[in-house]
Ligand binder design. Structure first.
Ligand code: NJP
Length: 251
């Protein structure tokens, strides 16, 4: 039987690369994001490449809990449930602590923290009700979840990623208390060349481009390889956190 994986934020960047890699490895992947047209295009590419798995696009705004719950209920109806949950969707808004807008902070909390937690709970419940004991929850974290860099535009983003560090470790403990063998892992990248910095510096695309040109960045495919490595570890091995930086990255 094909394992079912949910990948959030599968429309572009790291999530799209992870979704593609999982389909290449034969999984049935539900990829969600708001721009579902991009996931449909990726699904068609995977199909014409003849990959053994399948990508199923699902439109979902992760900042709306009802949409997340509807998605899990659709997955239950159509594909029984989730065996692997990759919490990848995330964003950074340039909102310093001394002058930022509350709305920007709230959006980061909704997607980077709350959606991760809601998806985790729903994925766990789905695994539990089907007695799936080899499930895996992987959170795409950040090096910003492990240290605070001197750059005010990302301080609040960093705070949300520190939350992901705590959530992943807390989850690992709750899974042990629940006496399951479901595993929890986070993968924490440094700079990855995606559209991420262009959204962060939406008013200054030159700055975003300069960020990516300053060093040889990680590629989204490097992150996908890390996900495959984590999932292929034998059942007694739980990888807690992979910190992965570009070789040339200083901070
Ligand atoms: O970002 P990007 P990455 N509802 O902007 C989705 C972390 N990270 O791939 O809805 C649903 O290319 C969005 O979909 P759409 C980072 O924190 C990155 O680089 O169509 N989906 C898109 O698919 C994040 O956790 C770097 O706009 C929503 C995806 O999220 C993860 O890596 C460094 C959504 C974002 O794609 C992936 O980032 C680092 C919503 N409300 C950590 N809002 C890096 N790139 O340098 C967003 O340390 N999405």
């Amino acid at each position: 039987k094909n394992r079912v994986a949910l990948v959030t934020g599968a429309s572009v960047g790291i999530g799209a690369a992870v979704a593609r890699a999982l389909v290449q490895h034969g999984l049935k992947v539900v990829g969600c994001a708001r721009s579902v047209d991009k996931i449909e295009k990726l699904a068609a590419e995977c199909e014409s490449a003849g990959y053994p798995g399948v990508l199923i696009p699902y439109k979902c705004d992760l900042s709306v809990e009802e949409e997340i719950l509807s998605m899990f209920s659709a997955i239950k109806t159509l594909h029984q449930g989730v065996d692997v949950c990759i919490n990848n969707a995330g964003l950074a808004r340039p909102e310093p602590l001394l002058s930022g807008k509350t709305e920007g902070w709230r959006t980061m909390i909704d997607v980077n923290i709350l959606a991760v937690t809601i998806c985790t709970r729903e994925a766990y419940q789905s695994m539990k009700e089907r007695n799936v004991d080899d499930g895996h929850i992987i959170n795409i974290n950040s090096m910003s979840g492990h240290r605070v860099v001197p750059d005010s535009v990302v301080h609040f983003y960093s705070a949300t990623k520190y939350a992901v560090t705590a959530l992943t470790e807390g989850l690992r403990q709750e899974l042990r208390e629940a006496k399951t063998h479901i595993r929890a892992t986070c993968i924490s990248p440094g700079l990855v060349e995606t559209g991420f910095a262009f959204k962060l510096h939406a008013n200054n695309p030159e700055q975003a481009a300069a960020t990516y040109e300053s060093i040889r960045c990680l590629k989204a495919e490097d992150m996908a390889n890390a996900v495959i490595y984590v999932l292929s570890a034998p059942p007694h091995v739980q990888i807690g956190d992979i910190q992965m930086r570009p070789t040339e990255q200083m901070s």
